[in-house]
Ligand binder design. Structure first.
Ligand SMILES: [Zn+2]
Ligand SMILES: [Zn+2]
Length: 359
């Protein structure tokens, strides 16, 4: 492994200078020098970064939490560690290692949340592309304790989307209180999160009911191993269709990533007794309107699952690196970020978008 990298003084970044403002590409943004890195920080030369709906929320400022402005977004990045801050003790990564930067950039590792493995809810959590600069840049500062090692031979553009979309659905399925052979419903199965959820569910031996719409998504879901397909535009009664596919009893779990409340209400209806609803999407406004009566009467668990910790990220990454989960994505250049956001606002972006930062 090389022990020294030549690091330029300036770089190209995609930046938002005011909340709700549009993306500006700057070619003269400063790169932190090795001497400027604090202990525990590392500089990552980015190779690829995914684009997530959360980036759009951060840019628009439509969440109850507000992002740091000016903001360099992005939190699904893969690249090479080219510098580590002086006096960094026991770094789990070394110069030259290829690593991923996820939403949770850093946490204190010592509070009750961190000790319980819930690093995401640490009060001192640093969030990539939100309260610390993210991955829409050629060089990103991150933190040695939280970057995710990327196994050799697993390309950076494929690894990128595992770091948010992949980890998020992987963790939700991991905690869905299901066993091999159980039924899990994935609404939005043909989308960026959904298509990964199908594959992680199959790795765990679950039977998958994919809900989405259109011939293209149907084919994708079937190809990825969905056992049952329900087209929500053609179905007259989704709850009845799920029950019909599951011996009339309903599914054991559902991973709901939807931005609207109807997806959640419906899930309580189609889950069987003792079923688990995993709430994963992060809409700014929507309320969860489940029937309290039936939540109690059916002993339904409703669990919020928020991205993932260091261990979840490693597990999700290793499964994908072994080829058991494949990301369907389109590669673009960072200059196209503005158009990608416009497409996302209109709901026109299918699958994942990954930006190649090596050009
Ligand atoms: Zn994300
Ligand atoms: Zn903590």
């Amino acid at each position: 492994m090389p022990t020294h990298f030549t690091i330029p003084k300036t770089q190209r970044v995609a930046i938002i200078e005011e909340t709700g403002g549009s993306i500006v590409i700057k070619n003269d943004w400063p790169v932190k020098t090795q001497a400027e890195l604090a202990p525990g920080e590392c500089l990552v030369k980015m190779e690829a970064t995914g684009c997530c709906h959360t980036d759009l929320h951060a840019a628009l400022g439509d969440w109850p939490l507000k992002a740091n402005i000016p903001l360099i977004g992005g939190h699904e990045g893969a690249g090479i560690v080219v510098a580590i801050g002086d006096n960094t003790a026991n770094s789990p990564v070394a110069l030259g290692d290829r690593v991923g930067i996820k939403w949770l950039a850093d946490s204190c590792l010592n509070c009750e949340d961190c000790r319980n493995g819930r690093e995401q809810t640490c009060l001192d959590a640093k969030l990539s592309g939100f309260n610390v600069d993210g991955t829409f840049s050629e060089y990103a500062v991150s933190f040695v304790n939280h970057v995710t090692p990327i196994p050799d031979g697993f390309p950076s553009d494929e690894a990128a989307s595992i770091l948010c979309a992949g980890v998020t659905v992987y963790r939700a399925i991991k905690y869905s209180q299901t066993n091999a052979g159980n039924w899990i419903v994935i609404p939005g199965a043909g989308g960026g999160l959904g298509h990964l959820a199908i594959q992680y569910a199959k790795v765990r031996g679950l039977r998958v009911i994919a809900i989405d719409s259109g011939e293209e998504k149907k084919e994708l879901c079937k190809k990825l191993g969905a056992d049952v397909w329900i087209d929500f535009r053609e179905s007259k009664d989704i709850v009845a269709d799920v029950k019909a596919a599951t011996d009339g009893l309903g599914a054991h779990s559902a991973v709901v990533t939807a931005a609207s409340s109807s997806g959640y209400t419906q899930a309580v209806d189609y889950l069987r007794n003792g079923g688990t609803l995993m709430a994963v999407g992060l809409p700014g406004e929507a309320k969860l309107e489940a029937s309290i009566f039936f939540t109690v009467f059916k002993s339904i668990s409703i669990l919020g699952s928020y991205v993932g910790n260091r261990q979840d990220a490693r597990e999700a990454m290793d499964i994908a690196a072994r080829g058991e989960v494949k990301v369907h994505y389109v590669c673009k250049e960072i200059e196209e970020l503005k158009d990608v956001y416009e497409g996302m606002k209109e709901g026109k972006v299918a699958g994942r978008i990954v930006f190649d930062l090596t050009k």
